[in-house]
Design a protein around this ligand. Structure first.
Ligand SMILES: Cc1ncc(COP(=O)(O)O)c(C=O)c1O
Length: 375
């Protein structure tokens, strides 16, 4: 009797068996089984990579053990010792730490491009062996929205690849390949898995040869994802579209509430009409603006502490994009490794709090924020 599970089972096996040498040769001829050893490929991690590649309209992908591993794989896909990476100045602190602290000693240097120049002329930042530009569709933590079409054109003018971290936007808002990107990376840990119970990443390529290269980098550097984590992420992915819509709806209401509250000095949310890239965000995000926002309280640690202690629905948990709301403090966590000058230049101050708005009933979140801020 054959059984036909509706859901892909978890292939919790590090290795697969072969009948004999003929079957092994079929494997290496790529005509038969795809599976020999789970670090190279596993049905669950393939299911995840293929599902995300479809969502992003890519040619193929590798699922990785974290978002950082995906960024590393993306850079290694195009760079070798002696090359330079251009990186948006507004970027997740872990990405800049990887470039500053680790890739430099492997001979891959980095130059930073201020936000306003990303979609313009990159000439002032180029070196003879500049290979790519790394940026985020919506930046962490200040929610600046990069004009991807302009960035892609700026890259094309100099033969650079455009690598886009699409973690904050998700393919529900924006598909960077539609705007000319070459690679898309995600921290799957965030919206794609969505439940704060998985650490994972993915790097997706527009061109089949880059997808093959990503898979090779993934397996030889050992960056690939385990079956169980892949399975959990696939399960999360099934509700991505519905979750993201609910995140966006709640974040919009909260951004509007915070922008009226006297204890809040500034709100960074692309859905607010006074956001500097509001129109671009509406165009590039299909009128969805995401579930992340940042707000500036008074620049005093005790003001931030009081808010953290009083809120019940936004625990201080330095990650984001789970179905349950949380908050983080970029100066002390994700952007801690920047120098005080770099923090000031990007706009990360001691009053900046980042909210990851969940999908709870919005009136409960608003009531909680109201009581936390009023007091
Ligand atoms: C925008 C962005 N990219 C990449 C990462 C790294 O992902 P991971 O923590 O899954 O390695 C993060 C983590 O916070 C992030 O916010």
């Amino acid at each position: 009797m054959h059984i036909h599970p509706k859901i892909t089972p978890i292939y919790q096996s590090s290795v697969f068996k072969f009948e004999d040498l003929n079957e092994l040769e079929l494997y290496f001829g790529e005509a038969g089984s795809r599976y020999m050893y789970s670090r190279y490929a596993n049905p669950n991690s393939d299911e995840l990579a293929e599902a995300i590649s479809r969502l992003e309209k890519g040619a193929g992908a590798v699922a990785t053990g974290s978002g950082m591993a995906a960024i590393f794989a993306a850079i290694l896909c195009y760079c070798q010792a002696g090359d330079q990476v251009l990186c948006a100045q507004d970027i997740y602190g872990g990405s800049s730490s990887l470039l500053n602290q680790e890739l430099g000693r492997l001979g891959i240097s980095v130059g930073y491009v201020p936000f306003d120049d990303l979609s313009r002329d990159l000439t002032p930042y180029l070196q003879p062996r500049t290979r790519l530009l790394l940026c985020e569709t919506i930046s962490n933590p200040l929610l600046r929205v990069v004009g991807l079409r302009g960035a892609a054109e700026a890259c094309r003018a100099h033969g650079l690849k455009l690598v886009v971290d699409n973690t904050f936007a998700t393919p529900v808002l924006t598909r960077p390949f539609d705007h000319g990107a070459d690679l898309v990376v995600h921290s799957v840990t965030k919206y794609l898995a969505g439940h704060s119970d998985v650490t994972a990443g993915v790097a997706v390529a527009r061109a089949p040869e880059d997808a093959a290269r990503l898979r090779q980098v993934g397996s030889l550097f050992g960056l690939t994802l385990s079956p169980m984590e892949s399975w959990l992420a696939v399960r999360g992915l099934k509700t991505l579209r519905l979750r993201v819509q609910a995140h966006c709806h709640n974040a919009q209401a909260i951004a509007e509430f915070l922008s009226r509250h006297p204890a809040v000095q500034q709100v960074h949310y692309p859905g607010l009409p006074n956001h500097p890239q509001h129109l671009l965000a509406a165009d590039q995000g299909g009128t969805l603006f995401g579930g992340m926002l940042s707000c500036r309280l008074a620049d005093e640690a005790e003001v931030v502490n009081r808010f953290m202690r009083r809120t019940r629905r936004f625990p201080f948990a330095p990650s984001l994009a789970g179905v349950d709301s949380s908050l983080s403090y970029p100066l002390g966590t994700s952007h801690r490794a920047l120098t005080p000058e770099q923090q000031a230049e990007v706009g990360i101050t001691s009053g900046l709090v980042r909210l990851s708005v969940g999908i709870e009933p919005v009136e409960e979140l608003l009531a909680d924020l109201q009581q936390a801020l009023d007091s």
